[in-house]
Design a protein around this ligand. Structure first.
Ligand code: AMP
Ligand code: GLY
Length: 424
């Protein structure tokens, strides 16, 4: 199949590696991609956020499926434009992508669908923020309403810090003040064809910059899958997944369909397991990064068939995707200064030695090939992914591989999957 993948991160590299691992041979194009993706797909230099440019390329090149990785092209209406020309697109249209693009929209859909989530107040002014903080209490949770690349949220008991965060976003629109939800976080992905959903295997990501979940929120510093500790709470992973499918994913997909904005693509449920049950903290309208890097290597079924079925409205005909019992761990290597002010352009070496470690592969996030060799071009540079029969094994492989990579000022967390490897 001829497939065009939009995006340039480690998530897109993971999607392409999963497509490459299938028995069927695909011709894969990536726009714009990166230096790692270039080893596994043909790079196309087009603006992935331009609906006309993407559609023209897809038509001229007989593309059978367009897979949209990041949120920006979704919100720009790329999926709508591609579908309008009769080409299957994996990714929601502009209207349904509001589920991620607007937290207020997501809250309204959840309310209408009867999906459990924290209480929230939309505040338009400093005064409204102050009374919402008083109403919902500490710890305070304040969120920007629009897309903020994972950085628009503050969770703090410091009232001044909560107000300062609100002040930062208030000039450009309302902010959301939310009830604090206490519990373990789980990311669960669903493929949706607008009508039917199929769940993938759960993962956990590490959003904070530093070991011990200290420091600022980031786009994600590591992840692992599956989550064996779900068994103790829900009986089994399957029972947990069934519950979230029935109580959260299906009602939301039905609600969006009933409102004339069917959701075709990846529904990412960001969940918190509170004492009062499983609640939604956020939805995203695309694969999670870095969770995708640990979920897809465990997928047994061909990814292309699942994505095409979702894009063509035929998910109902497929069984639930199967996952290997192998586990996967990923750790993100970040540039000096990430997330505040990443230093870019520095040389990156030792990648061959790293990927020679058994069970390890690399997913590139921000790399470019220059005359002087490979360089880092962004904050999150690459993901080292390790697969193994136990978390202890997968972790050991990842950190051994990371030890082979050199990037001046580069840093990573050292505690990814440490607790689960210890059986906690
Ligand atoms: P979001 O951008 O909504 O995913 O939020 C980023 C992170 O902030 C989440 O992964 C949580 O760790 C934290 N967070 C967001 N909302 C809440 C909440 N209502 N209660 C507790 N933690 C939250
Ligand atoms: N891992 C968080 C996200 O993709 O938004």
């Amino acid at each position: 199949m001829k497939i065009l993948v939009l995006g340039s991160g480690a998530r897109e590299h993971a999607i392409i590696l999963a497509l490459r691992s299938e028995e069927a041979e695909h011709e894969i194009f990536a726009a714009p991609g990166n230096a790692g993706i270039a080893q596994d797909a043909q790079l196309v230099s087009l603006d992935a956020n331009d609906p006309v440019a993407v559609t023209d390329f897809a038509i001229e090149n007989d593309i059978a499926l367009v897979v949209i990785g990041p949120e920006a092209p979704l919100v720009a209406g790329v999926a709508d434009a591609v579908r309008e020309r009769g080409i299957p697109a994996f990714g929601p249209g502009k209207a349904a992508a509001q589920l991620e693009g607007s937290k207020a929209f997501a809250k309204r859909i959840m309310e209408a669908a009867g999906v459990p989530t924290g209480r929230a107040v939309r505040a338009y002014s400093r005064g409204e923020v102050e009374s919402a903080l008083d109403q919902l209490g500490t710890p305070y949770v304040v969120k920007a309403d629009g897309l903020a690349a994972g950085k628009g949220v503050i969770v703090t008991s410091d009232r001044d810090a909560a107000l300062a965060h609100a002040d930062e976003y208030l000039p450009s629109g309302p902010v959301l003040v939310e009830e604090y939800l206490d519990g373990a976080e789980v990311s669960l992905f669903f493929l949706s064809d607008g009508d039917h959903v199929l769940p993938l295997s759960p993962a956990q990501d590490y959003k904070r910059l530093l070991d011990g979940d200290e420091g600022p929120n980031t786009g994600g510093m590591g992840a692992y899958s599956p989550l064996p500790w779900l068994d103790g709470r829900f009986g089994s992973e399957q029972e947990f997944v069934d519950l979230v499918t029935r109580d959260i994913a299906e009602p939301v997909i039905r609600q969006l369909d009933a409102e004339g904005t069917p959701f075709i693509g990846l529904l990412y449920a960001g969940l918190i397991l509170t004492d009062g049950g499983v609640k939604v903290i956020e939805f995203n309208a695309r694969f999670g990064d870095p969770e995708t890097q640990v979920v897809l290597p465990r997928l047994v079924d061909p990814l292309s068939e699942l994505l095409l079925a979702a894009a063509s409205g035929t998910l109902e005909d497929l069984p639930r995707p199967a996952f290997a019992t192998d586990v996967a761990v990923t750790v993100v290597l970040a540039s000096e200064g990430y997330p505040a002010a990443p230093v870019t352009g520095r040389a990156l070496t030792g990648l061959r030695e790293a990927s020679d470690v058994p069970g390890v592969h690399l997913a590139h996030a921000a790399t470019a090939e220059t005359d002087g060799g490979l360089v880092a071009t962004g904050g999150r540079v690459l993901n080292v992914v390790g697969v193994g029969t136990t978390f202890m094994e997968a972790r050991e492989r990842v950190y051994r591989a990371l030890g082979q990579i050199e990037l001046e000022g580069g840093h990573h967390r050292t505690d990814i999957a440490a607790r689960v490897a210890a059986g906690l």
